[in-house]
Design a binder for this molecule. Structure first.
Ligand code: FES
Length: 569
């Protein structure tokens, strides 16, 4: 089989000279250019992305495997996205990074790629970009951090930040203890060790079959994570010879498996947006309705924060994702192909659970409904999502008076005002935090409750917005309202005092205001000013699609393969 890389390295003419000679300045001997598969290692390492800061070491282990199998590994960087530092939100840049990945692969002599991702958005960005090239690919996740340890107990990244900060505001925790927790939470290499977005997406990678078995849960500092990277390096060379491109793995069945796995692990609502966007890159028809249909009746089995109690380290020791997939039995398409050449059913056959506290049995789940509920109604004609396993059962059917915050700044300015007209029966409404509105659709949908309500010991209220929420967060929160307020959705028209009805069982989110009044309000509504008149912000604002389409840029849907016919000189 003639490899793509041979077009760069295979000729004896001037161009071949140029392509090989400059690479030799790194000490690469002649035989590396003899026609062996060239494996790109797409690295999101960055000191600004703490969750991915160990990736140079992972890349070295991938290289060992590639060399061992007779390939030629070449590591290359792409823009990284650290969830905790990037403003206004890392999500604004997911699509930009996917373009970086796609064009880096296509422009270079790469026959297949190993994708190294960890922190939330790095996983979907790399999958989206590589999928639009459709070459053989394996993803290696960076792995979760070790459990946080604070004052004799385990604490989870993200989840306990939200909890502690509410406790400080309610006067239940001292500032001194709060600051001590800072050093105790994130104490090793790796990504958030709760079942937040990073752990959810690492599980999705395994469930899609685009990562090797056990990819989801091995801690970042466990030697087995590095052994897995080594094996990925070996396997990717074989995949070149088998011509096993991503589109042969990322089938509709694979996405359906991933959706059910997200339900069973109590996974992040962010997986909804990311999977919709990835599917659209490989031409798989996936919609919000698939999420609701497939998620119904999937029990949440994994007892991890934020839905439950434990952390990823415990999950791995309890058997990890193979044990969950095996338990899901007929809910999984067992014949879906994975990157190791076996079906997912073959991969998990015989997988055992070693701790039923951490991975519950299907007959006695953590919660009966683990899937993501997709809501409809006049407030969200194109959909909104809610995570039942992280919500309060008594609030899943609720009617209340709207207390409206027009922007996040408005929210911060007024939420703790003692004169704010609000009680726990109200519905908190946050506008202008969707893809266009912020811009970038940040994780602010889990608005903190007003201090005066927290002080009364109340910990949850119905909250709705066009924002996302962190996968580590919890609460009865309807998110991703589509169309968003900034795009002229009905959300933009909600006023203080309107009645809002949430009924998760009926999948309904309705604003109790008649159409005539809504038309009157619409005639007075003015669209917001675009966030910028140049640069990426402008490109993003003009082309981003709504949450129900995965919030990708409209011109990035689909793929272009890897053909480039023109030489560089
Ligand atoms: Fe990187 Fe949570 S901040 S995974």
């Amino acid at each position: 089989m003639k490899l793509r890389s041979a077009k760069w390295f295979g000729s004896k003419d001037r161009d071949g000279f140029i392509h090989r000679s400059w690479m030799k300045n790194q000490g690469r001997p002649d035989h590396l250019f003899d026609g062996r598969p060239v494996i790109g290692i797409c690295n999101t390492w960055s000191e600004l992305t703490p969750c991915n800061s160990h990736f140079r070491v992972i890349a070295d282990h991938v290289k060992r495997g590639v060399y061992e199998a007779g390939g030629f590994p070449l590591e290359f960087p792409v823009m990284s996205m650290g969830e905790t530092l990037m403003r206004p939100t890392a999500m604004l840049f997911r699509n930009l990074v996917s373009m970086d990945v796609e064009e880096s692969i296509r422009a270079n002599p790469i026959d297949a790629v190993v994708l190294l991702a960890g922190c939330d958005k790095t996983t979907p960005a790399l999958l989206m970009g590589a999928a639009s090239c459709d070459i053989p690919a394996i993803m290696i996740s960076g792995g979760p951090m070790l459990n946080g340890k604070f004052q004799g107990r385990d604490i989870g990244s993200g989840t306990d930040v939200w909890r502690f900060s509410e406790e400080v505001r309610a006067g239940l925790m001292s500032e001194c203890d709060f600051l001590e927790a800072e050093s105790c939470m994130n104490r090793s290499a790796g990504h958030c060790m709760t079942m937040g977005t990073a752990s959810t997406m690492a599980s999705v990678v395994e469930a899609l079959g685009i990562g090797l078995p056990t990819n989801a849960a091995i801690p970042a500092v466990d030697a087995r994570r590095y052994a897995l990277a080594h094996m990925a390096g070996q396997r990717i060379v074989e995949m070149v010879n088998e011509d096993l491109q991503m589109s042969k793995i990322l089938t509709k069945k694979a996405f359906e498996n991933a959706i059910r796995v997200v339900g069973a692990i109590g996974g992040s609502t962010n997986a909804v947006i990311h999977l919709l966007a990835i599917a659209a890159r490989v031409g798989v028809d996936l919609t919000l309705d698939d999420w609701d249909r497939l998620g119904r009746g999937v029990p949440c089995l994994v007892n991890l924060m934020p839905s439950g109690k434990y952390l990823m380290e415990d999950f791995y020791y309890a058997g990890g994702l193979p044990a969950v997939i095996e338990d899901l039995g007929d809910l999984i398409h067992r014949d879906a192909l994975t990157v190791n050449g076996k079906t997912i059913g073959e991969n998990v056959a015989g997988a055992r659970c070693y701790n039923r506290e951490v991975i519950k049995h299907r007959a006695e789940p953590l919660t009966k409904e683990g899937g993501i509920a997709v809501l409809r109604g006049n407030l969200c004609p194109n959909g909104a999502v809610l995570k039942p396993s992280a919500a309060t059962p008594e609030l899943m059917k609720h009617r209340g008076r709207a207390v409206v915050f027009e922007t996040i700044e408005d929210f911060h300015a007024r939420v703790d005002d003692p004169n704010l007209d609000i009680d726990e029966s109200c519905v908190m409404v946050l506008k202008n935090c969707g893809p266009k509105g912020y811009p970038g659709m940040p994780e602010v949908g889990n608005m903190p409750l007003p201090q005066k309500i927290l002080k009364r010991g109340i910990t949850d209220m119905v909250r709705i917005s066009d924002a996302r929420m962190s996968g580590t967060a919890y609460g009865t929160v309807a998110l991703h309202i589509s169309p968003e307020a900034a795009a002229g959705g009905v959300l933009a028209l909600v006023q203080n005092g309107d009645e809002i009805e949430l009924d998760v069982e009926e999948r309904r989110l309705q604003l109790a205001v008649d159409d005539a009044e809504l038309s009157r309000r619409r005639s007075e509504w003015k669209p917001p000013t675009p966030p910028a008149d140049r640069g990426y912000y402008k490109l993003y604002y003009e082309h981003v699609m709504q949450a129900d389409r995965g919030a990708d840029l409209d011109f990035l849907v689909g793929g272009s393969g890897v053909q480039v016919t023109r030489e560089s000189h």
